[in-house]
Structures are given as C-alpha cells and as structure tokens.
Design a protein. Structure first.
Length: 172
C-alpha cells in the first residue's frame, strides 16, 4: 500500500511560491497548489483555502484571510478569483501595466547596455511585457515599437532610427 501524498511544508522544495512583487507568479502558485491539493485528495473547500493562506507570503496572509470569499460558506474557486483579482485585475489574465513597460524602458534608457547579454535581457523582458499589453489591447503594435526604441541608449537609438522605416517609428 502506498503512502498518501503529503503537502510539503511552507518554504520546502516543491511548495508553491508566490512573490507579491511579481504578481505574474500568482497563477503558477495556484496551478501548483491545485495540483498538490488534488494529489493529497483534499476536497474540503475551507481546507483548500486554508492551505492557500498557509503557503501565502507572510506579509499577505492577513489580507487573504480578510477576503469575503475566505468565509466558510464560499468556495475555493471564489476565493481564488478574489485573490487573483486583487493582484492581477478583474479578468486575472492581464499580467502587466503601462507602468511596467515604462519602468523597464526608462531603466535601460538611463543605464544602457554594457554587453550584448544585457541587451538580450532587455529585449526578452520587453517582449514578455509588451506582448501581454498588445494581447490585451493596452498597446498597439506601433506603440510597442516606439517604447522598445525609447529603451535604447541615445547613440544606439539614433543608429536604430536611421535604419528603421520612418513611417513606423516617427515622433519618438
């Protein structure tokens, strides 16, 4: 007879992790938690919510307990929706805001790149944020392109604009 699956202790390898400074990690947190709850055969709606709070960052536990959906008469799915709404917005699908892309662009425009590796980090980070914003109709494609160019240090920006089609990137 096999032993029942036991949920790992908080902070242990394999325990779900949510970092409030990176709200996009919340969806992975709940995906991991849901898998573990299923493996452990935990069916009680209240127990599921209690485990979610148990794995929540210490600074967030009181907030999560204060949600109306944490009450005994509410479902775990209602609770998850309320937590996701708190960190990711109404639909829980848009992970980034215009502020995120502006911060990234301004940071790299000011500091520049000391290597091609740093440029690649900027490019990947930018693409993740910009693609999410375009997908959710917060940014148009041409705005995305303008923001990307704005993130380049001035000498590189000028060289890039000299080689880009003018109709796409004018008015930077």
């Amino acid at each position: 007879m096999s032993q029942p699956y036991r949920l790992p202790p908080r902070g242990a390898a394999g325990a779900p992790v949510f970092d409030p400074s990176h709200p996009e990690t919340l969806l992975d947190f709940f995906e991991d938690l849901d898998y573990m709850l299923e493996e452990a055969n935990i069916d009680s709606e209240q127990k599921k919510k209690e485990h979610a709070v148990r794995y929540a960052p210490p600074t967030q536990k009181s907030l999560w307990r204060s949600f109306a959906a944490f009450a005994e008469d509410k479902s775990y799915e209602d609770f998850k929706k309320e937590v996701i709404k708190e960190y990711l917005g109404e639909d829980g699908k848009r992970l980034y805001s215009l502020g995120d892309i502006k911060t990234l662009v301004n940071t790299y425009a000011a500091k520049g790149f000391s290597s091609s590796s740093e440029f690649k980090v900027y490019s990947r980070s930018f693409r993740v944020i910009a693609d999410d914003l375009v997908k959710h109709h917060v940014l148009r494609d041409d705005d995305r392109d303008r923001y990307f160019i704005k993130g380049l240090p001035e000498p590189l920006r000028a060289a890039s604009l000299a080689t880009c089609p003018v109709h796409r990137l004018t008015a930077l």
